[in-house]
Design a protein around this ligand. Structure first.
Ligand SMILES: [Zn+2]
Ligand SMILES: [Zn+2]
Length: 321
């Protein structure tokens, strides 16, 4: 499994002199896996990073993209309308996202992509786009297989099928073994809207990647959240604010601090921790000196167990090996 970050900024895109290392695109991440069908891309969120991602998609002449939304705040949706995906009728675009307050991915883009907010109406260009509401993220499983493609199951039926012999039905009469699939599980984050954290389990290699954006510090780690995060080879977490700013101003805004994300990563036995959703006012030096170094210092002061900690940056590629 390989991860490419196309956007690692929170709240709003920025471009300025002292932010060239980490970059200024808002959230967008690509997951590469041999479990995906050839030419099928898997992406989390459509912050402004989706625009350059879609240029790479077009260059590679890929054929299908599945986009998983964490939630629909502007910094996670604002790039879609200006990416290549709404206008490329020859490709298949599938949008998966939480459903709350009567809004799923289709309702969101019918609202955002229409005059007077945008010159093109989503309803007029969306025939190659399929939208999927995820109403109960904690009890829904997504599976992807290199031949079978992507499938949605309830957690209950997934577990019942596993008991019967690990053969999972895909299109028509096709059945594949779960050991050939990537299994994607979901858990609700601690954020003002219904927000989903995704866990990717690549069964053929045993590698696990968990992405927790837009998640605020909370007391303890609830048992189901612990299971969701447990044993990640790479855990990427929102770490927008310093502890001092959080305590003084931003408590309740839905974002986390270095001491908290290190605490979580150590408790769940993550091998590597990436911090993301950088605050727009935080330039490269600030991220290094006030987020990354305090996180590493906190980790070594609490535990001698090895935990690699880094700050995610736009266009960074990480191979889980
Ligand atoms: Zn955000
Ligand atoms: Zn948010």
């Amino acid at each position: 499994m390989e991860i490419t970050f196309y956007g690692t900024r929170g709240s709003t895109p920025i471009a300025r002199e002292n932010s060239t290392i980490y970059g200024g695109n808002t959230t967008c991440v690509r997951i590469h896996s041999t479990c995906l069908p050839k030419g099928h891309w898997l992406v989390i969120d459509t912050g402004s990073g989706i625009v350059p991602l879609s240029w790479d998609f077009t260059k590679e002449k890929a054929k299908a993209v599945s986009i998983l939304f964490s939630h629909y705040h502007h910094d996670h949706t604002q790039g879609f309308a200006l990416s290549a995906f709404p206008y490329a009728q020859e490709i298949a675009v599938d949008l998966y996202g939480p459903y709350e307050h009567g809004f799923g991915p289709r309702d969101i883009f019918l609202t955002l992509m229409r005059p007077p907010f945008f010159p093109v109406h989503f309803g007029e260009i969306g025939s190659h786009i399929n939208c999927h509401n995820i109403e109960f993220p904690n009890s829904t499983i997504l599976l992807v297989h290199p031949i079978g493609g992507l499938k949605v199951l309830t957690r209950e039926s997934f577990e019942r099928l596993l008991e019967k012999g690990k053969q999972l039905p895909f299109q028509g009469t096709q059945k594949f073994d779960v050991s050939e699939c990537m299994v994607m599980r979901m858990h609700r984050s601690n954020h003002p809207e219904q927000t989903i954290s995704y866990r990717f389990e690549e069964r053929p290699t045993g590698k696990v990647f968990v992405f927790v954006t837009d998640h605020e510090n909370q007391d303890g780690i609830p048992q189901r959240f612990f299971q969701h995060l447990k044993g990640a080879d790479l855990l990427v977490m929102d770490c927008q604010f310093t502890r001092a700013r959080y305590d003084a101003v931003t408590c309740g805004w839905g974002h986390a601090t270095p001491d908290y994300v290190v605490h979580v990563a150590q408790k769940v036995g993550a091998k590597s921790l990436g911090i993301t959703h950088h605050d727009p006012p935080s330039d490269d030096d600030f991220i290094n000196n006030n987020i990354l170094i305090p996180a590493r210092r906190h980790a070594s002061s609490v535990s001698a167990a090895p935990l690699s900690i880094f700050a995610c940056r736009d266009y960074m590629k990480i191979e889980l090996s």
